[in-house]
Ligand binder design. Sequence first.
Ligand code: ZN
Length: 405
Amino acid sequence: MGGILVLRGHVLPVAGAPLADGLVVVEDGRISYVGPAGRGPHVAATATEVDVGGGTVLPGMIDAHVHLVADGAPDFMGSVVGSTPAALAAVSAANALRALQAGTVAVRDLGAPGGIAIDVGREIAAGRLPGAGVSAAGRAITAPGGHIPYLGVEVLGEEAMAAAAREELARGAGGIKLVATGGVLTPGAALGNAPFAEDELAAAAAAARDQGRWVAAHAIGNEGTRRALRAGATSVEHGYLLDDETVGLMATTGAVLVTTQVAVARMLRNRHLVDPAVVARAEEIHGVAVESLRRAARAGIPIAGATDAGTPFNPHGGVAEEAALLVADIGLTTTQALRAVTATAARCLLRPDLGHLSVGAPGHVVVTAGNPLDDVAALTDVRAVVLAGRQVDRPTTTPTTGGTA
Ligand SMILES: [Zn+2]
């Protein structure tokens, strides 16, 4: 990992004010300087200079909610249950690489069969596979007959919940995923369902929090969301139906709201190819969801933008599009939206060292053609990606539909 890499130009550190004429130096994989170019250190002639080309230098993006085992195929469940573990591992590796090439340097995987996402993350962390870093939940913990059993394990009862959580953590999970309500992609699981008692959620959450790990709650309806928050969830996933009381409770717990609007937007864009029952459900909640997320934003709830990548027509690497939706639909400023897909998303992974350019932080840097603070869509036009001080090889064109693995 030796060597020095420098980037000069317009810099958005996220941790501090924009620098019109900035310099970022990465040494041995870590940032050693970020600040005005004029006050920067003397850089050896042997250093690698990344061509910023009048673009903007910013921290690598983070996607706080993905499913690496799926690549955006129209039949999400079918693509998972119809594949062998080896095939799913290969798809996961390809998706982690695809995310990285799009400028996402770390993802949080919230549900995969067996230990697939954990294992792929371990290979990436060891440098044996190229890709975005992975913090994985392992199997999602869901109730019998609940949402996404094919990405998890069906559990009931406090002791079994704690045991299931401990099993994933022992396997190397970065945290746990609790399916606290119904979901859009599971017909029959009403969105307002609250399949777990608060004590059941709390038993699993305590097992994770005792080990300093995160607790992500798939939470759409109010009752299930409130139980998850009281049980110790560190993030609320989706949050489509939150009322004032639930938002108020969230404000007291410090949980992060993880939005996944791009999943709905991309599915509705391809509605003619999706199961009509799922489309009807997505349409039914779309307007309400926007109101719910606006309510949370107005209340000052920290918002992380994520993709739920892997769901129908939602290939990996699209977190920049979520940032654009946070501005267009939820009313965030461009500065807030940038933070949502960098520093706040990193908070969901319990990785305060990621999502900002600061001395000592890992040298994960992205260059965009335009300035995301002027137009947040600039985040979708990534020109260079640097991971731990090394420039990532990228395809010249990025496919726009499901993966090819
Ligand atoms: Zn998900």
